[in-house]
Every structure is written in C-alpha cells, then in structure tokens.
Design a protein around this ligand. Structure first.
Ligand code: SF4
Length: 354
C-alpha cells in the first residue's frame, strides 16, 4: 500500500500549485495583507495568537492608527500599549510586542532569519517562520494547529500526539518538505487560510477543497479522525470577586507592574485582596456568577456585594494595590477584558435598579 506521506512529497509541485491558485482567488481581504509591511505582519501575528480574525480586526486598525510603526511603538508608554490591547487577553503578548519594538529600533536593521527573530521577545518557531517567510522569503514553514490538522489529514497520519506542540514538532519536517522555494510566505499564508476557511476541525469542506486530490483522509471520507490529540485535562477553578461601590467609586485591584499576570491592569478584587475569609463570604449577597475558560482552566467567578465597615476601609486604604476608582474614570483605565464586561453589565443593572 503506498504511503500517503511519500505520495504527497512526490506530488508536491501539483499540491503547491493547486493551493496557490485557490488562495490567489479565495483569500480573505485582511488589512495586514493589503500593502503588507514587516510591522503589519508582526502586529497581526502577535494579535492572532489564540485569537480569532474577527476579534482582531478592530484592534488592528486602532493600533495602526495610534502606533503606525516600530519607532512609534517603541516610544509609547506601557499604559498606552496595554490600553490599546485591552480586551484582547493574554497581555504578555502586548508587553512582549512593546519590548520587541524597542529591540528592533535599537538594531541597525531588522533581522531577516527565523533564528535571529527567535532571539526577540515573544517570538517562537511559528511566529518567526511566519514573519520571515512573509517579509523576507525565508525558507521556513509555519506549523500551527491549522497546519497540523491539514497535514495529518493529507497523510491520514493516525499517530496519537500528547499535545499540539508535539504534533507541530512532528509535522514540521513534512511542512518544510512541501514548502516551495519561490514565495514561501504566500504558501504559508495559503495553508493557514485553508485551515481557517475550508479544512475545519469539524465538518471540513472536502467537496470544495482545492487539494482534495492530494488528501488521503479527504478521499477516504474520515478527515475528522485526524489529528489524534490527547484530550486536554480540564482544571476547574472557583474565584470569589468583590463588588464594593461607594459614593460613585468602585473598589478595584491593580496588579503590580512586576506581576507575572495582568501587570498594571485593574480588576475587581478577589476575596483575598480585601481580607475576606470563607466565613465572611457566606454572609454576602452574590450579585452575579460568570464562567470563562483560559487555556486548560475552567474558571467560575462569583461576584459578591460587600460594604466594608469603617475599620475595614482603613485596612483597605493601607493596601497600595487597591483603590477607589470614580465610575466616570473607568473608561480611561486599563481593565482586563472580562472585568470591563462584568462591570459594565453590573453598573447597567445597578443604574436600572436606582
Ligand atoms: Fe481538509 Fe478535506 Fe481538504 Fe483534506 S480534502 S485538506 S480533509 S478539507
């Protein structure tokens, strides 16, 4: 029985051509693709990590208007950068992007190879391949979840992978093997586009797929069996959040600038920040319960209404990470995305109840 991987490699010129022809007609018109530049490519790659295109679009436009190039980004304050990123999540991306711009402007010219890009903050194998293949024609294949899915289906590779990182590592040699020498950046973008718009995780559109004739799983009719990744172990976490509103001010917690998570950003404080133990919490009124997922964590946050006593207020005032923020100043501070949403909802409810 012929090996699908060898067959794909033997037919790679036809595969590249079919993919390229489809992409030239069907690719989505995205702002980082029109009049592309190194800067636009870098910003889009950072924003698109773990985030969908439709979420990124308004952020990208706003970012480019405010910080049009590496020099402007390098000179911006961290507050400006985080405010522009507010709501996109995974804020270490914004901080790394800021550091990266400072590093790029300090160089005589931007690096051109994947290895050199991986020396810069926030850049791993995927981003370095995307940036350098698109901007400098580097011979480096991008392998993310989309590409793993396509390659595992093209070759009907039934290997059980521990996680997506090990699958990406395993498929990187094949991805590089089928990368064309001419214009590898467009090939990389076409692979990603195929994964995003045709070769869906569930119900892939095999009947209209431009590379079906090269696809073992597509022809067999069982693409959804690939790739085989071990199910993520979900961890459930519960958090008690505190809503304390007094005389037009809301109590918020601001993570220290050196904090590992959410540095410099405001959130509703948790029970520990304000010194409330389990016994005191049970006496409070829950205002809302909200769920969210971050990587493998399934987090349930219950927001409790709390009116601190005079003594408790004195203790709060000694904590430099807590502050009473006037409600009319909330729009000018950087709040983490879910917290802005919850606060807006709860203030809306409170305003209705007043
Ligand atoms: Fe994906 Fe189906 Fe195309 Fe194969 S034929 S690459 S499974 S969409």
């Amino acid at each position: 029985m012929p090996n699908p991987t060898s067959q794909l490699i033997a037919a790679k010129t036809g595969f590249q051509k079919a993919l390229r022809s489809w992409y030239s007609v069907h690719h989505r018109k995205l702002p980082w693709r029109s009049e592309p530049s190194l800067y636009k490519t870098v910003i889009s790659e950072f924003m698109l990590q773990q985030t969908q295109v439709k979420t990124v679009l308004p952020y990208f436009d706003r970012w480019l208007q405010t910080l049009p190039d590496f020099a402007a980004l390098a000179a911006a304050s961290e507050d400006t950068v985080l405010k522009l990123w507010e709501g996109l999540g995974y804020y270490s991306r914004a901080r790394n992007l800021h550091k990266l711009a400072k590093a790029v402007v300090a160089l005589p010219e931007p690096p051109r190879t994947p290895i050199a890009w991986q020396e810069l903050p926030g850049i791993g194998p995927y981003s370095s391949a995307a940036i350098t293949s698109i901007s400098f024609d580097a011979q480096s294949a991008c392998v993310d979840g989309n590409v793993v899915r396509i390659l595992s289906r093209l070759t009907a590779n039934g290997t059980a992978f521990r996680d997506s990182a090990s699958a990406a590592k395993a498929f990187t040699p094949l991805a590089n093997e089928i990368l064309p020498e001419t214009d590898p950046g467009t090939h990389n973008q076409a692979m990603m586009e195929l994964g995003a718009t045709v070769c869906f995780r569930q119900k892939p559109l095999c009947t209209i797929c431009p590379v079906r004739e090269f696809c073992a799983a597509g022809q067999r009719g069982d693409p959804e069996n690939f790739p085989q990744l071990a199910a993520k172990k979900i961890e459930r976490v519960t958090v008690a959040r505190i809503w304390s509103e007094q005389q037009g001010n809301l109590l918020l917690h601001k993570a220290a600038l050196g904090a590992r998570r959410l540095a410099g950003q405001y959130e509703l404080p948790n029970a520990g920040h304000v010194g409330l133990d389990e016994a005191k919490l049970t006496a409070l009124v829950p205002l809302a319960k909200r769920g969210r997922a971050i990587t493998r964590y399934q987090i349930t946050e219950t927001i409790y209404k709390w009116v601190p006593s005079k003594t408790e207020r004195t203790v709060l005032e000694k904590n430099s990470e807590l502050s009473w923020v006037p409600l009319d100043k909330l729009s000018s501070i950087t709040l983490s995305g879910p917290h802005r949403r919850w606060i807006t909802e709860l203030l809306g409810d409170a305003a209705t109840a007043r």
